[in-house]
Design a protein around this ligand. Structure first.
Ligand code: G16
Ligand code: MG
Length: 217
């Protein structure tokens, strides 16, 4: 049977989570707010606007819309500067192999990302042709854990939610998949992604026999 395989972007396909972290850390430092990798977990999969609000909350700060807009712009420019030299070598280990396996088996593939920079990243890493549908931060109004992004992706693929499989590295994203009634696969630390139905440290640890099992299920 045809399933909808929906991939998150940051932290699943590419390791841009580290760039988001660096860019936010600069803003936080400028504001005198302590911002650690643990804090960063809360920002994963979360929209840019919401991420800034979380950081300001951390510092018990409020700010004018004008200031916020300036920091958001600054964050994105800094983030984009890390992406300039991005190429296929920045794909996370094992991802390409799984994408190819799914393609070879005629399985629909979609992107479900909160990022507004998703398309250029797929282009730079050379994997845009693998995707039958792309839903990103430009298409949705509700951020993860709201399931909107994944629901839209499954709909575009013409597959029922119950036949959709979501690969996610964020707590919010795993929750979004679960709320939508989709199969959630956590990529990363199991202790953080404990709500996921399946957990793998990375795609290297996902055997194609597991994918075959999911397709048949
Ligand atoms: C990603 C990241 C988040 C980031 C968000 C928005 O989501 O995980 O940290 O804040 O996109 O990104 P941008 O600022 O590029 O629009 P995902 O869903 O791909 O993990
Ligand atoms: Mg992510």
């Amino acid at each position: 049977t045809k399933k909808a395989f929906i991939f998150d972007l940051d932290g699943v396909i590419v390791d841009t989570a580290k760039y988001h972290f660096l860019a936010w850390q600069k803003i936080a430092a400028e504001l005198g707010i302590e911002f650690t990798p643990e804090h960063n977990e809360e920002l994963k999969g979360v929209s840019r606007v919401r991420s800034l609000d979380i950081i300001l909350q951390l510092g018990k700060m409020s700010a004018s819309q004008e200031d916020k807009d300036r920091w958001l712009k600054q964050k994105n420019e800094d983030y984009l500067s890390y992406l300039v030299h991005m190429d296929q070598s920045e794909l996370l280990p094992g991802v390409l192999h799984i994408l190819q396996f799914l393609k070879d088996h005629g399985q629909p593939i979609a992107l479900g990302s909160a990022s507004k920079n998703a398309r250029p990243i797929l282009e730079k890493t050379g994997i845009l042709p693998y995707f039958d549908a792309i839903v990103d931060g430009n298409d949705v109004t509700n951020a993860k854990p709201d399931p909107e992004v994944f629901v839209q992706a499954a709909k575009l693929l013409g597959i029922d939610n119950t036949h959709a499989i979501v690969f996610e590295d964020s707590v919010a994203g795993v929750q979004a998949a679960n709320i939508a009634g989709m199969t959630s696969i956590g990529i990363g630390e199991e202790s953080i992604l404990k709500e996921a139905q399946y957990n793998f440290p990375d795609f290297v640890h996902i055997d194609t026999s597991f994918i075959e099992y999911i397709i048949k299920k």
